[in-house]
Design a binder for this molecule. Structure first.
Ligand code: B12
Length: 124
């Protein structure tokens, strides 16, 4: 049976990759096939690859400012919708405004099936 694909990238100008690589490794442990597009992947490239490879899940990481993250994830949502790909589940990780002051660390946001991102876990 063909394994389901998780397509991952650190997007925009972000080169922080340890978190997304950990996540993709966990996906492989759970039986998924993974493809990593690399650091600083432009949104357009991610969407092109999503169109070509039709992943089950898009796993996206952005570790810099929350303002830039909002803009990039907005662009991503709009591009996925334009290409008729908003049905793909996308998991995103971004910085939060109080970071790095919060000792509790990051927040994960999950956006599923084109709905607005829902905060799924906050540590602080
Ligand atoms: C290593 C590091 C670097 C390395 C990155 C190397 C690499 N190739 O990855 C280098 C030296 C290149 C770097 C550069 C910079 N960095 Co830096 N870096 C870090 C550092 C020390 C660790 C990040 C890391 O790898 N953590 C380990 C991973 C495992 O944890 P994580 O990223 O938090 O991910 C966790 C979750 O978020 C989750 N996760 C992550 N992605 C995803 C994706 C999905 C789908 C899911 C579900 C979960 C998930 O999984 C992880 C849990 O295991 C942090 C400080 C810190 N202590 O966090 C700063 C930090 C992220 N960097 C920062 C900054 C500012 C920069 C620079 C701008 C510095 C500079 N002036 O040049 C540049 C920016 C480069 C760029 N364009 O991206 C800031 C970001 C603050 C902000 N909000 O903007 C931080 C927080 C440091 C700080 N306190 O100021 N950095």
């Amino acid at each position: 049976m063909t394994k389901k694909l998780v397509l991952g990238a650190a997007i925009g100008d972000c080169v922080h990759v340890a978190g997304i690589l950990n996540f993709l490794a966990a996906c492989r442990r759970h039986g998924y096939r993974t493809v990593f597009l690399g650091p600083a992947t432009p949104v357009e490239r991610l969407v092109e690859e999503a169109k070509r490879q039709r992943p089950e899940i898009l796993a996206v990481s952005y570790r810099l400012t929350p303002e830039a993250a909002e803009r990039l994830f907005g662009e991503l949502d709009a591009a996925l919708r334009r290409e008729g790909l908003s049905g793909i589940r996308h998991l995103v990780r971004r910085s939060v405004s109080r970071w790095p002051r919060s000792p509790a660390g990051p927040v994960c946001s999950t956006a599923c099936s084109g709905t607005a991102p829902t905060r799924t876990s906050t540590n602080g």
